[in-house]
Design a binder for this molecule. Structure first.
Ligand code: PMP
Length: 359
């Protein structure tokens, strides 16, 4: 409807029609306030109710314990690559970093800037996660940082990594709210919104309270968790937070994160099954045990010259953004929370037709 495409972009990504239409209906005059959310003071009663609703609904979705703060900040997940070390470490400290793809590598590189000893616990081959017994955790690291879902490679942890008593920090940018997570296992979780829960412009940070109030003196004020704890120290990304709140309402109405996880698993299974049953026409490079439910990369191993044609033929049929990341090539279908089942079914059908035509 409305000439909309099936948008397989890795982010910003598609949003549910319900959410877009709700925001459209409320665009000019939000809830009788006489103005758009884009126009209202972030200190107004109206916006206070929006941000309060966003936080409450997110707490409900993820069952966030009371001793964790929830923040809606700016600067994207990338800013958190700096904010995490600036809040949780002092110069000279050691931090542990799991490197399982491009984003966790970037996070580790950023941490290098802050006078830390950055210990790379393990280094993946972009297709798998090194086995647990090969990891070299330090005995005295401030925290262990990892990326729960590598958006570019499509490598996803199926359960949180076992790091013993160490403080676990997770970048969940590309699978946040796609599944149930036991927040109490983490010291800190952060996630950019623009894949699973809303538009670009806001990053959600969930942090255990005892980790706050310890930022380094040079930490920018907009990154200091203690200062930013109510998300209202300075002007927040009001519109983005509003769309997130609609998205949280929507996810709750649709049965919460257990139902969502099942649906997301089912969607991913359809695409991986299509790859696996193609008699080798398609291949998925990632090891089965860590295949991402959010980003499905695949290639045409015996005829890579067809990959360009695949992407352009799919686009003609209304399926867009299927080209793999420029650093890895091939194809990638990003199928976050809001990708409807019809999009998955039409991609699977196209994959079968394309393979039949070219085998
Ligand atoms: N981490 C992951 C896993 C990502 O996928 C991304 C964005 N693609 C980032 C971090 C960076 O996020 P942002 O662009 O919001 O800074």
């Amino acid at each position: 409807p409305f000439g909309r495409l099936y948008n397989f972009s890795a982010g910003p990504a598609c949003l549910p029609l319900d959410v877009l239409q709700k925001s459209q209906a409320e665009l000019l005059n939000w809830n009788g306030s006489g103005m758009s959310v884009m126009e209202m003071s972030h200190r107004s009663k109206a916006f206070t109710s929006i941000i309060t609703n966003a936080e409450q609904k997110l707490r409900q979705l993820l069952d966030i314990p009371g001793n964790y703060k929830v923040m809606f900040l700016q600067g994207g997940a990338t800013a958190q690559f700096s904010a995490v070390p600036l809040n949780l470490t002092s110069e000279g400290d050691t931090v542990d970093q799991l490197v399982t793809g491009s984003w966790s590598k970037k996070a580790a590189q950023e941490a290098e800037k802050y006078g830390l000893k950055v210990n790379v616990v393990c280094k993946g081959d972009n297709k798998s996660v090194p086995s647990r017994d090969s990891w070299k955790l330090s005995s005295h690291a401030r925290y262990v940082h990892y990326c729960d879902n590598e958006t570019i490679q499509g490598v996803e942890f199926k359960t949180a990594p076992d790091v013993g008593d160490a403080l676990l920090v997770a970048d969940m940018s590309s699978n946040f709210c796609s599944k149930k997570v036991d927040v109490s296992k983490f010291g800190l979780i952060y996630a950019g919104a623009q894949k699973n829960i809303g538009p670009a412009g806001v990053v959600v940070v969930i942090v255990r309270e005892d980790l706050m109030g310890k930022a380094r003196q040079i930490c920018p004020v907009t990154m200091d968790y203690e200062t930013m704890k109510d998300s209202l120290y300075n002007t927040p990304p009001c519109w983005s937070i509003y769309i997130c709140s609609l998205m949280f309402d929507y996810l709750l109405e649709q049965g919460g994160l257990e139902a969502r996880e099942q649906l997301n698993q089912h969607k991913a299974d359809i695409l991986y099954d299509t790859v696996d049953s193609s008699n080798g026409f398609y291949a998925a490079p990632v090891h089965k045990s860590v295949r991402s439910r959010m980003n499905v990369p695949f290639v045409i191993p015996s005829k890579p010259e067809l990959e360009k044609e695949f992407v352009s033929e799919a686009a003609k049929l209304g399926m867009t953004e299927l080209k793999g990341h420029r650093s890895v090539g091939g194809m990638r279908a990003s199928i976050y929370n809001s990708m409807p089942m019809e999009g998955i079914e039409s991609l699977a059908a196209f994959m079968k037709d394309f393979a039949a035509k070219h085998s």
